[in-house]
Design a binder for this molecule. Structure first.
Ligand code: ATP
Ligand code: MG
Length: 491
């Protein structure tokens, strides 16, 4: 049914919209289970209740009218009994809803665990951790089964419970009605009473069915709550209401007194620098110092707390995300590839690229040769996350992707770290060529790759501790000098 297709679509859309920070908190499997099994649960409960809504009310209304005509007093009495039963069924429904919510949460954990297992197979095997992982999964699985059984018992009890309540109502009614008859009230004879009971008995069955359906609906409501939770997450990284626009990057990028922290931990503590158009700035420094974070702030993967980042004097928060990100090409620390053809991986996000342009980009990234050696050339699919490729090959495809996008601003976060010295040299040459007419932020551990940067910033614990060109920094007896000495020693 199309509403469920739309619902799944809406959740998926939301997962695309939500900022990266959301996913550091949430398990992916949980979102997957909301997108699949929760939607299914809602689907099932709606189908069930729809049937009920269309089938029963007519019979119910007709029966009640007959009863009212036959004996209003007795009917009033019966109508008081019904809400009491309804309340009891309602309590059961609520408890069922809680259980169902727990079952669905558990399903989310199971999917997360599967996702992690699949993603980490190589390491699990290498560290003989199969048993540990299996045990973790068994626990979750066992819990899920337990909760499901508990829920099923509750759901199953809805039917006998309503049966019991129905009978109780019936008996009470017979008792009360019988007394009316025996009192010799001439308006209500024994025969009439008998007829009344028969009609009333017919009324019970749709009411019972309704109460069972109600329980099912509440169970579905648990899932719909879970779906709503995802859909209602507020995304703080959004487009401004009156966006400005940059068609061509023409002047500079300025970081002004930038502070940032993930939750509690301060990662950037007062960063100031300017990159003029066409220049290259390099970030070096110890691992965990905040280099990647610094670069992530520019495309607004995260929003800074205080300070501002300006592109051509416009605060990046005044641009639409689409505009902002269209200005830049990013090659990250890990190559993010999709299980599609090499061609599609390179053209990701670039519309209407011709085969020639793709080949050109691949050549610049030094990837063309190895691509041509593959079975189907550019049409070869590369496995999950590019698992059929070597680390260096993956990185070169990521670079080709950035080259094809032809952005004015380039962010390279350890873009050549997975390459051997030989291919690094080749790719580095390519990157140099690429960087010439562009403005780049380059992060690298190997200082040889950044020697030619216009300015090098040494980042330590979220602060710039040294800055200057390679030849300037090498003369200072500081962090850079030490790094440089260590690296020339290890060569
Ligand atoms: N998503 C996140 N949530 C919470 N903390 C994070 C997150 N990403 C990074 N951090 C923390 O922020 C700090 C800076 O990380 P960052 O990735 O910017 O370092 P880096 O300088 O790029 O290091 P490396 O050279 O190893 O890549 C680290 O201490 C890390 O623990
Ligand atoms: Mg990093």
């Amino acid at each position: 049914m199309s509403i469920f297709r739309d619902l799944r679509r809406k959740i998926h859309q939301k997962t695309l919209d939500l900022p990266l920070s959301y996913y550091s908190e949430q398990r992916k499997g949980d979102i997957m289970s909301r997108m699949t099994s929760d939607v299914q649960e809602v689907e099932w409960s709606i189908l069930n209740s729809l049937e009920m809504i269309f089938r029963e009310p007519f019979a119910v209304i007709l029966s009640i009218s007959v009863l009212v005509v036959m004996n209003p007093q007795l009917t009033l009495f019966a109508m008081i009994l019904l809400p009491v039963s309804g309340f009891i069924i309602g309590q059961l429904g609520k408890s069922l809803k809680r259980s169902s919510s727990k079952v669905q949460d558990m399903m989310g954990m199971i999917l997360s665990s599967i996702e992690e297992t699949l993603g980490g197979l190589r390491i699990i095997k290498a560290f003989n951790a199969e048993e540990h992982i299996a045990e973790k999964f068994d626990n979750l699985n066992q819990n899920h089964t337990k909760l499901t059984l508990k829920m099923a018992r509750k759901a199953d009890s809805a039917s006998p419970l309503s049966e019991f309540l129905g009978t109780t109502v019936m008996v009470t009614l017979a008792f009360y009605g019988g007394r009316l008859v025996l009192q010799g009230d001439s308006s209500f004879t024994g025969a009439e009473f008998f007829g009344y009971i028969i009609v009333f008995a017919r009324l019970l069955s749709p009411v019972k069915a309704f109460s069972t359906a109600y329980a099912i609906v509440l169970k579905g409501a648990a899932s719909s709550d879970r779906i709503e939770q995802v859909l209602s997450v507020k995304n703080l990284i959004v487009d401004p209401i009156n966006p400005k626009k940059i068609d061509r990057f023409s002047k500079s990028i300025v970081y002004k007194n930038v502070h940032f922290s993930y939750e509690q931990q301060t990662v950037l503590n007062g960063i100031d620098f300017t990159i003029e158009k066409g220049k290259t700035i390099a970030l070096v420094g110890e691992s965990g110092g905040g280099k990647s974070t610094l670069a992530d702030l520019l495309p607004r993967f995260y929003d800074l707390e205080t300070g501002e980042i300006l592109i051509d004097d416009i605060n990046i928060k005044d641009l639409t995300l689409n505009n902002l990100r269209s200005l830049m090409g990013i090659v990250t620390q890990e190559s993010i590839l999709f299980n599609e053809s090499i061609f599609n991986n390179i053209t990701l996000g670039t519309k209407n690229a011709t085969k020639e342009q793709v080949i050109e980009a691949a050549k610049i990234a030094n990837a063309h040769d190895f691509i041509m050696q593959m079975e189907n050339g550019y049409e070869t699919t590369i496995g999950d996350r590019g698992s059929k490729l070597s680390g260096g090959q993956r990185q070169r495809i990521s670079i080709a992707r950035a080259v094809l996008k032809n952005p004015s601003i380039l962010i390279l976060d350890e873009a050549t770290s997975a390459l051997d010295t030989e291919s690094e040299k080749l790719v580095q040459d390519a990157l140099f060529k690429l960087m010439q007419n562009r403005t780049s932020i380059v992060i690298a551990h190997r200082l040889s790759t950044i020697q030619h940067a216009d300015e090098i910033l040494v980042i330590q614990k979220g602060k710039i501790v040294e800055r200057g060109t390679h030849s300037e920094l090498i003369k200072l007896p500081g962090v850079y000098k030490k790094l440089s000495d260590l690296q020339s020693f290890s060569k």
